[in-house]
Design a protein around this ligand. Structure first.
Ligand code: NAP
Ligand code: G4F
Length: 338
């Protein structure tokens, strides 16, 4: 049974990746942080699945800022594959806490890579790189595009991206960085723009909220569906040769277009409800991200399937349903291991 170690398993991508790997028969270890309240809502359903009765999902405490713990865990688990998804992943927050973001998103990756090198150098390592690293480079962007990051988050990710490449070249490790464009889902964190919009649409439809305050509506992004992107991560680690890959849809839309589509899906007029609040404007913005994923298509047979309008609709529908059923932040999960 192959063994995987996932950092960031409580996050959007970590939860979908855990599902995918468990379905493929992996033994999955997930790194979680101790929290004063439970923060495992995205993965709790995995324990209700009959296929987890054999305890193929194991959660272990740790933190990317605790190198000794990472070292001890990897020495004990000796995973075949490591997916480093843990990060302070919010761009705007990174302007408020640049040092903390750098500790986790940059140096945290070095801590992990050093532990891998010391105790399980044959393990395959995936680093969650980001299209934010392209920053102000003109679109469309691919693996050869110049990286011109525009936030502390993107700069930390850039450091981690180069460290991953350096461990590959210096030590011959199978270490790759996936350069993923924005990917969303009903499990997306509530403060990222798509989910902020779809949750507000549901609350407004229910009469529980009237206004939605947003920042820059002109920013353009390449939004895909998260479950498809974790499949791409897995494929990168199954490849014969370690390489970095862009994953993207190639389609680009503005925040305004997402707002229009989401409100229309619920039969609402967005102009009645959306207001601009300068608090959500960033000191430096990334105007347009549009990916060219042709290398992933050619080498990995990976292609995004879900289109922009389908994504907006499925997120709105999930939040409308959650609102109607008085449920919490995440959807009822209907997907199972087999
Ligand atoms: P997310 O939902 O915000 O999840 C982040 C995860 O990282 C959570 O499990 C969080 O744990 C964990 N974490 C944060 N700081 C940590 C630390 N110091 N030690 C250990 N764990 C820590 O993010 P996501 O959307 O799933 O993204 C996954 C990864 O892909 C991130 O690295 C992100 O930067 C990158 N990425 C995301 C996208 C996207 O569009 N989603 C695109 C490109 C790259 P808690 O639950 O305890 O907070
Ligand atoms: O949803 P966002 O916060 O995502 P952003 O900044 O593009 O970053 C996400 O994608 C990256 C990959 O490209 C990941 F690496 C990163 O971890 C994260 O997952 O913002 C999208 C756009 C921005 O231009 C932002 O300025 O929406 C704009 N926006 C407008 N009003 C807003 C808001 N963003 C947020 N979060 N909240 C607003 O009220």
């Amino acid at each position: 049974m192959p063994t995987a170690f996932i950092t960031g398993i409580t996050g959007q991508d970590g939860s979908y990746l855990a599902e995918l790997l468990l379905a493929k028969g992996y033994l999955v270890y997930g790194l979680i942080r101790r929290s004063s309240t439970f923060n495992t809502a995205r993965i709790d359903h995995l324990y209700q699945d009959p296929h987890v009765k054999d305890y193929r999902l194991r959660l272990v405490y740790g933190d990317l800022n605790d190198g000794a713990r990472l070292h001890a865990l990897l020495a004990e688990i000796k995973p075949d594959e490591i997916y480093n998804l843990a990060a302070q992943a919010h761009v705007q927050v990174s302007f408020e806490m640049p040092e903390g973001t750098g500790q986790t998103d940059a140096l945290g990756v070095t801590r992990l890579l050093e532990s891998v090198r010391a105790v399980c150098p044959a393990a395959r390592f995936y680093q969650a790189g980001s299209s934010e690293m392209f920053g102000s480079s003109p679109a469309p962007q691919n693996e050869d595009t110049t990286l011109l990051p525009r936030s502390p988050y993107a700069i930390a990710k850039l450091y981690a991206h180069h460290m991953t490449r350096n461990y590959r070249e210096a030590y011959g490790m199978f270490a790759v960085s996936g350069i993923l464009f924005n990917h969303e889902s009903p499990r997306r964190g509530a403060t990222f723009v798509t989910r902020k919009i779809t949750r507000a649409v549901a609350a407004i439809k229910a009469g529980a909220q009237d206004k939605l305050f947003l920042g820059n509506l002109d920013a353009r992004r390449d939004w895909g569906f998260a479950p498809e992107y974790v499949e791409g991560m897995w494929r990168m680690l199954q490849a014969t040769t370690p390489r970095d890959y862009v994953l993207a849809t190639g389609e680009v839309h503005s925040v305004r277009e997402f707002v229009e589509r989401a409100f229309a899906r619920a039969g609402l007029d967005w102009q009645q409800h959306v207001e601009i609040d300068p608090r959500y404007l960033r000191p430096t913005e990334v105007d347009v991200l549009q990916g060219d994923a042709s290398r992933a298509a050619k080498d990995l047979g990976w292609k995004a399937q879900t289109r922009f309008h389908e994504l907006a609709d499925l997120m709105v529908d999930a939040d409308l349903q959650a609102q109607q059923q008085g449920r919490g932040e995440f959807e009822v999960v209907t997907r199972h291991f087999t």
